[in-house]
Design a protein around this ligand. Structure first.
Ligand code: NAD
Length: 481
């Protein structure tokens, strides 16, 4: 069986199909998934356009009910969907169930949020005239998502889009279509009119340009790599389309002399290595003041020795595989490059030695800690996207802050300290969209804004009610009664 695309309420075969493999065991094929042609993409966009007039002006109770049904089913099936997600992406089963749960909560949150869309009523400077400021749907939105959160990221784009009356065409990552397909199947059965939601699986290199530049697309919400994001920004700007980009990170975690050491170690291990370091909010630069540096490194090495790398579905696994062989190679290349530049390897540094039942090696990377690194090394400038962290030794808080901000990215940042003064100063002066005090840089709530600064993000924030900025368009009406 091939898992099909969803176009105009019908499941349709793609032009071709691709195999989805388990990164813990590449001999395990999860399924064959359709890959769309540009013609099929055109049909999906046409269906969304046809559905838009009725959907965008229809009752909000129907929208709220549909979103509630989707969220409720996701939550009821979290174990099963979590196992599928762990099998296709490689995060551990508990991490995957957590991601699925988040997706369910997001739909339920927006089931309520669509009932709360408000505007403003102001007097005009002209006597007898009223001014009404309202929000309307943007239109047909293109949603393009990466492989590392294959159900949560589609959920946090689809739910607000539908809640506020837009029609959707989703293109998930080619590497992880199964979770997106399972979500689409739930959405298909929740009672939306045909064409309101469409799923088009396929390669970005084949259908990406046609998708973004299509005249039937009003707005593009993208999460993924910086290079693709920049290309999409240019394409949208040239055509006057609304665009929202969430891209890479090189997130700093500062550890000060006065930090609670066990807590600091725990949150660094969490931030840097869990979910195999494949989170845009992962901490990859551990910026440590000199008074605690040596004790911190020793405690990290000890803690890391207890981390078990293995099959994402095994109960005793702490860290699953890289999502693909290409990602595994990229991780190891960065480690090798750092060592050539003078970094010292304290832990990990290679492929982890884990064999699967079928005898084929999964894409396992040993959690890796590098010390004696400097801010200018490549390992501290570019996103690795694997379980690899480098320690940068600094003199004091002021230098730590300067190093933390010395990056083209600005998604999340963290500080471990017992000093209220330093915590508050860091919160204000860290050049990141999200700041964590005595908490991991990764792990965020679903009802508040998510996004970064500098090279990490472009356009309005995602999630919570701030998502209105992107998924609605403001209208100012002047009314003489
Ligand atoms: P990617 O850029 O390779 O792919 C992302 C999506 O874009 C995929 O669906 C892909 O098929 C599509 N795509 C590729 N080329 C395209 C084109 N020319 N036009 C249109 N679409 C195209 O990213 P990835 O490897 O899937 O994901 C990893 C990246 O995502 C990392 O850099 C990570 O930091 C980033 N990420 C960021 C956030 C965030 O919120 N900031 C969250 C998760 C992941």
């Amino acid at each position: 069986m091939t898992y099909c695309n969803l176009v105009a309420g019908e499941w349709v075969q793609g032009a071709t199909a691709g195999l989805n493999r388990n990164p813990s065991d590449p001999n395990d094929v999860i399924g064959e998934y359709a890959q769309a042609s540009v013609d099929q993409l055109d049909a999906a966009i046409a269906a969304a356009r046809a559905a838009f007039p009725a959907w965008s002006t229809g009752g909000i109770q129907a929208r709220s009910d549909a979103l509630d049904r989707i969220g409720t089913e996701i939550l009821a099936r979290r174990e099963e969907l979590g196992a599928l997600l762990a099998r296709e992406e490689g995060k551990t089963r508990p991490e995957a169930i957590g991601e699925v749960t988040r997706a369910g909560h997001i739909f339920r949150f927006f089931a309520g949020e669509c009932l709360r869309l408000s505007g403003e009523l102001l007097p005009s400077v002209r006597p007898g005239v009223g001014v009404e400021i309202t929000r309307e749907p943007v239109g047909v939105v293109a949603l393009i998502t990466p492989w590392n959160f294959p159900i949560a990221i589609p959920a946090w784009k689809i739910a607000p889009a539908l809640a506020w009356g837009n029609c959707v065409v989703l293109k998930p990552a080619d590497l992880t279509p199964a979770s997106a397909w399972a979500l689409a199947e739930i959405i298909h059965r929740c009672g939306l009119p045909a064409g309101v939601f469409n799923l088009v699986m396929g390669r970005g290199s084949v259908i990406g340009d046609a998708f973004v530049t299509h005249p039937g697309i009003d707005a593009v919400s993208f999460t993924g790599s910086t290079d693709v994001g920049h290309r999409i920004a240019v394409q949208c700007a040239e055509r006057g389309k609304k665009v929202q980009l969430e891209m890479g990170g090189k997130n700093p975690q500062v550890v000060l002399d006065d930090a609670d050491l066990p807590q600091a170690v725990e949150l660094c291990v969490q931030s840097a290595f869990f979910s195999t370091g494949q989170r845009c909010t992962a901490a990859s630069r551990l910026i440590v003041t000199e008074g605690i540096h040596d004790r911190f490194v020793e405690a990290m090495a000890q803690r890391m020795a207890g981390l078990r790398v293995g099959d994402a579905l095994h109960a005793d696994t702490h860290i699953g595989p890289a999502a693909s062989e290409a990602q595994l190679r990229q991780d190891l290349d960065y480690v090798e490059g750092a060592r050539t530049e003078g970094a010292v390897l304290v832990a990990g540094g290679g492929a982890a030695d884990c064999h699967t039942n079928s005898g084929k090696r999964g894409f396992f990377v040993a959690p890796t800690l590098l010390t004696e690194t400097t801010p200018s090394m490549r390992i501290n400038r570019e996103e690795v996207f694997g379980p690899v962290a480098s320690v940068i030794r600094v003199r004091d808080y002021e230098q730590a802050l300067a190093v933390a901000n010395d990056t083209p990215f600005g998604l999340s940042s963290g500080i471990a300290t017992t000093s209220l003064r330093h915590a508050r100063h860091f919160q204000r002066h860290s050049q990141a969209g999200m700041v964590m005090v005595n908490l991991p840089t990764a792990g965020v709530d679903y009802h508040v804004p998510f996004g970064g600064r500098k090279g990490s993000s472009y356009g309005p924030r995602e999630q919570g009610r701030y998502a209105q900025e992107f998924f609605t368009s403001v209208k100012t009406a002047y009314v003489q009664g």
